[in-house]
Write a protein of this length. Structure first.
Length: 167
C-alpha cells in the first residue's frame, strides 16, 4: 500500500508519516507558503498530533496485513523454496501451471524478491516442464533467443503445442 500511495503522489504518504502542514505563512513577497515543522508554534504542533494516530494506525495495519519482519522473512523463505521446487502437476494444463507460477512469483515480488523475466522463462523451459516435452523445449531453444523471449510468448507457444498433442 505504501508503494501505491507513493506511486500516485508522494505528498499523501508524507502526510501519513509526518502529519499535515496545512498552515500557511507569508514569505518575503507576501505569498502564502506552507509552514515547515520548524515554523510551527506549540499550538500548531498540537493540531497535528492527531496525525501521529494515523501513523500508528498505518503501522498496525501494515503489521496485520504484511506481518512482522520475521514473518515476512519466513514467508519469503517458504515461497522461494516453493519457487525452486516448482513443477507441472500430473494432468495440469499449461495455463493452470502458468497461473500457479504467476501467483507464486507475484507473492515473492510483494515481499521484495523479484525474479527477473528471463530467469522465469528459463525456469519454465528447463526445469518445470516434464521430460515428455523435451522435443518442444529443444525446438524453442534452437529457434528463439531465450534471453529476450517474452514469458507470454513462451506460454502461448506451449499452450498451442499442448492443444496439438491432445487427441
Amino acid at each position: 500500500m505504501r508503494d501505491h500511495i507513493i506511486g500516485e503522489d508522494y505528498e499523501p504518504w508524507d502526510i501519513v508519516t509526518n502529519g499535515p502542514l496545512a498552515t500557511l505563512k507569508k514569505n518575503a513577497e507576501g505569498e502564502g507558503v506552507p509552514m515547515t515543522r520548524a515554523d510551527c508554534t506549540a499550538e500548531d504542533l498540537r493540531k497535528i498530533q492527531d496525525c501521529a494516530t494515523a501513523k500508528q494506525i498505518w503501522d498496525t495495519l501494515q503489521v496485520d496485513h504484511e506481518g512482522t519482519t520475521q514473518v515476512k522473512r519466513s514467508r519469503g523463505t517458504l515461497l522461494y523454496s516453493q519457487y525452486e521446487n516448482f513443477a507441472v502437476k500430473e494432468g495440469e494444463t499449461i495455463q493452470e501451471m502458468y497461473t500457479r507460477f504467476t501467483t507464486l512469483t507475484n507473492e515473492l515480488k510483494s515481499l521484495g524478491m523479484i525474479i527477473p523475466k528471463e530467469e522465469r522463462v528459463e525456469k519454465i523451459l528447463t526445469r518445470v516442464l516434464p521430460i515428455t516435452w523435451e522435443s518442444k523445449i529443444t525446438a524453442i531453444q534452437e529457434s528463439k533467443n531465450i534471453a529476450t523471449l517474452p514469458l507470454d510468448e513462451l506460454i502461448g507457444n506451449l499452450t498451442t503445442y499442448e492443444l496439438r498433442r491432445k487427441p
